[in-house]
Write a protein that binds this ligand. Structure first.
Ligand code: GLY
Ligand code: MN
Ligand code: MN
Length: 447
């Protein structure tokens, strides 16, 4: 049985209460994302703003959250939502809208207003507030509206009404909250990871020389959607052969050749939470000796990095652990010559490993949260979630034996920091050479 992962709207209300507590005083205004046109009158699939969703779970566009801080009981209402009115005509064409009344009850707001009352109501809500928290500079059109409302309050100065004198970036408080995942979020991330891993297993089973990258992408997307993900968490990378050395390759339109590797970086988003998985495997099901050599180095680096994910370790500890193993491996294969510490110091690995070993993961695939505090890498703590994704990318060059040319390998898992170490969320995607070759030859036992 699947756990019940439907939104528990008391969670969002409790998060808003925590924001109010951290604000101390003032008003917070946070809009969700606009709908975006793809071409002419066709839209991209709608995706809400992550901060807004974290605090409301309200799924519709044209919605604004307002929170009024200043001590319980001092100012009511404190949790306010602006959203679209019900509209039978539009609902026939575009689908259901909650409307302010139902939204107030269901999403646990103290008060709701129609979205088209923003110009009327918002200046009133800003009156006599010491500070305004909003996502300054995120959207220039929104900035202009916000300044317009501020100015509307300022025009009342002679009647004794004060306007907020301090502007604060609303994201500072919310980013830090989102960095530490609660049990509900971790459950959603586990589900996103499981569904995404099923996509990678399907890709392993399907892959044969002569197929196209797009056909493997179709296997992945089918599994993501079938498993219940609402969308891919990011544009899938399905990169055969030399394409794997292009870090952000998304063409996915080339044939897959016997003897090449296939690098897949793809995952789904489940109720707002991303997975982020990379696997690399041979198109024909068997690693060549040169591919095996490089793969074993990347895998050893990834395992060493995961070992370094534990509370109290610095953010950079997994990256440093991966760098040592990768650089030593490159020395062993004579891709680099020199003393290990010196090569690391000089960043001699950079032609073959040019990215970092991971990032925060959550509602956004590259999730929010500072990496340094006061100039120092921050310490990992339970509830943080991150990726560990070392790789090696070997472009043709005279200094490199030909057998290694165009080998691009990355292995990426999603990790939750726990009280005493970490948990890998994406173990269901095969990654040892033996497991990959077994699934490609005989299929996986878990499907
Ligand atoms: N898929 C994006 C990343 O791995 O960072
Ligand atoms: Mn990643
Ligand atoms: Mn990735």
């Amino acid at each position: 049985m699947q756990p019940d992962l439907t939104p528990d709207l008391a969670i969002q209300r409790a998060r808003r209460d925590r924001v109010l507590e951290k604000m101390g005083a003032g008003v917070l205004v946070l809009a969700t994302a606009p709908e975006r046109i793809r071409n002419r009158d066709a839209h991209f699939p709608y995706r809400y703003d992550s901060h807004f969703h974290y605090l409301t779970a309200f799924p519709e566009p044209e919605a604004v959250l307002v929170l009024i801080a200043g001590g319980v009981g001092k100012r009511e209402p404190r949790h306010i939502l602006f959203c679209r009115e019900k509209n039978m005509e539009r609902e026939i064409w575009d689908g259901f809208r909650y409307g302010p009344e139902a939204a107030r009850e269901i999403f646990q707001f103290d008060a709701t207003f129609a979205y088209d009352k923003l110009d009327e109501e918002l200046p009133r809500l800003l009156e006599n507030q010491p500070a305004l928290h909003y996502a300054i500079g995120f959207d220039t059109a929104w900035d202009a509206r916000m300044l317009g409302w501020l100015n509307a309050v300022r025009t009342k100065a002679r009647t004794g009404v004060g306007a907020p004198a301090t502007l604060i970036d609303a994201r500072a408080i919310i980013d830090e909250m989102r960095l530490i995942k609660d049990a509900h979020e971790l459950a959603l991330m586990r589900r996103a990871a499981d569904i995404s891993a099923a996509g990678h297993r399907a890709a392993l089973r399907a892959c044969k020389p002569g197929m196209g990258e797009w056909e493997i992408e179709a296997e992945l997307l089918y599994q993501f959607r079938k498993g219940g993900c609402q969308a891919p968490a990011y544009t899938s990378i399905v990169a055969g052969g030399a394409n794997a050395c292009v870090l952000h390759y998304i063409g996915n339109d080339q044939p897959l050749h016997d003897g090449d590797l296939l690098l897949i970086d793809a995952a789904g988003e489940y109720h707002g939470y991303a997975a982020d998985i990379t696997r690399t495997f041979p198109v024909n099901g068997r690693f060549s000796p040169a591919q095996r050599d490089i793969y074993e180095i990347v895998l050893a680096a990834q395992l060493a990095a995961i070992e370094a994910v534990k509370p109290g370790n610095a953010w950079n500890a997994p990256h440093d652990a991966a760098l040592r193993v990768l650089t030593q491996g490159m020395r062993d294969l004579k891709l680099l010559a020199g003393e290990l510490d010196g090569l690391i110091e000089l960043e001699a690995y950079k032609p073959f490993y040019m990215h970092k070993t991971g990032h925060w993961l959550g509602m956004d695939v590259h999730d929010v949260g500072e990496y340094k505090l006061n100039g120092e890498w921050r310490a990992l703590q339970a509830g943080m979630t991150l990726t560990v994704e070392p790789g090696l990318y070997i472009r043709p060059s005279e200094e490199v034996p030909k057998a290694f040319w165009n080998i691009g390998i990355r292995i990426e898992d999603d990790i939750a920091v726990t009280a005493d170490g970490c948990q890998v969320l994406t173990t269901a995607a095969p990654k040892s050479i033996a497991d990959i070759e077994e699934v490609m030859a005989h299929g996986s036992r878990c499907d």
